[in-house]
Design a protein around this ligand. Structure first.
Ligand code: PLP
Length: 362
């Protein structure tokens, strides 16, 4: 079956391009001697996580406990949860998955660490804990230096907890367009994390893992050598925003755009416009509007939950029933709208990849 024959709207992944992206990131990390732990929030699929591990990743990251449950159930054996897990009911779920897979979780609060220690003891399960440090993102994370040292000591003092290291993710700079500006900011973030690790080591505590970084800083972080483990997610699909950044000294990003949504023209209301069956429920807008592929001069606007409008200054080249491919501006949120990827190779449908952790926000 050709992709043009699919019912729409439908989420497509160019499987050959995705495989090349998986291999390229694995090679980038391998060549630099840094571990790769891709962020599964991008694809939410244990099948794709398994492909990443098969290519050399040490494990995966999950943003949410619910994602981690799906991944552990799907056979993924090594998971880092990169957002703090708060409250008794969630900690109970955490110790449950820690008995199925090797699970580490980030923490930035002494009270949370205390509750975690109690839950781990009650369940008789050892938990790996990574202290999250705010290296500039201004989201979660304890401040670098002494506050992080205090939490590391707290974890070390808990019999059922194992201090694994530090996480520092600087998300604000991942899509900084200019290479030099992005490199300066990435190196500054890593320096904060490395300085904190040195302080903790000076206190006699081992810091085996320094984890962080995203797709945009992956080459910079790999070359800098401060982080022991990289967490890129979006490299797999390269949405239209990511694909536009300068990689190094004017080079293009070495990852290919592999994700798209196929839509159908359902109305031709006048000479300059076509209406497609893809609105807010089939494509996200948090990163900006999607980009129509191979349609020069077309402007896209949302026409509500179920409709999108393509318009031209001149005549519209599309007929009723024509299919149009769109590139998402933000892959992670677009993926979360669908139950499955349709995997295609050279426009021919090859199979279905379940997005098993879709909607698992708890
Ligand atoms: C903690 C953490 N690590 C890694 C990533 C991966 O970033 P990217 O998709 O830009 O590669 C994210 C994305 O938001 C994140 O929140």
């Amino acid at each position: 079956m050709r992709i043009e024959d699919l019912d729409t709207p439908v989420l497509l992944v160019d499987i050959a391009a995705m495989e090349r992206n998986i291999a390229r990131m694995a090679a980038l990390c391998r060549d630099a001697g840094v571990a790769l732990r891709p962020h599964a929030k991008a694809h939410k699929s244990p099948d794709i996580a398994a492909m990443q591990i098969e290519a050399g990743a040490v494990g995966i990251c999950c943003a949410k406990l619910g994602e981690a449950e799906v991944m552990a159930h799907g056979g993924i054996g090594d998971i880092l949860i990169t957002t703090p897990v708060i409250g008794a009911s969630k900690l109970m779920r955490l110790v449950q998955i820690a008995s199925q897979a090797r699970v580490a979780v980030v923490a930035d609060d002494a009270g949370n660490i205390g509750e975690m220690a109690q839950m781990a003891q009650t369940a008789g399960v050892k938990l790996d804990v990574v202290v999250e440090v705010d290296v500039g993102q201004r989201r979660c994370g304890v401040q670098p230096g002494e506050p992080a040292l205090a939490l590391a000591q707290h974890i070390r003092g808990a019999e059922w907890l194992n201090f694994r290291g530090l996480q520092g993710y600087q998300g604000r700079i991942q899509m900084t367009g200019g290479y030099a500006e992005r490199k300066e900011a990435a190196d500054a973030a890593t320096a904060l994390l490395v300085g904190t690790a040195e302080l903790i080591r000076a206190g006699g505590i081992e810091v085996p893992v320094l984890t962080g970084g995203g797709s945009g800083t992956s080459a910079i972080d790999a070359a800098a050598g401060g982080l022991t483990e990289l967490q890129p997610g979006g490299y797999l699909f390269m949405d239209s925003r990511y694909a536009a950044i300068e990689w190094n000294d004017g080079n293009r990003v070495p990852f290919e755009t592999s994700l798209s949504v196929l839509a159908t023209v359902v109305s031709r209301p006048d000479a300059n416009r076509a209406i497609v069956d893809m609105g807010h429920k089939a494509m996200t807008s948090d990163g900006g509007p999607p980009v129509p592929i191979d349609l020069p001069g077309a402007a896209f606007a949302y026409g509500g939950e179920e409709h999108g409008e393509l318009s031209w200054d001149g005549p519209c080249p599309l007929a009723l029933g024509d299919k149009v491919l769109f590139r998402p501006a933000h892959c992670d949120t677009a993926v979360n709208l669908y139950d499955m990827f349709i995997a295609a190779r050279d426009g021919e449908v090859e199979g279905v990849i379940e997005i098993a952790a879709r909607g698992r926000t708890q």
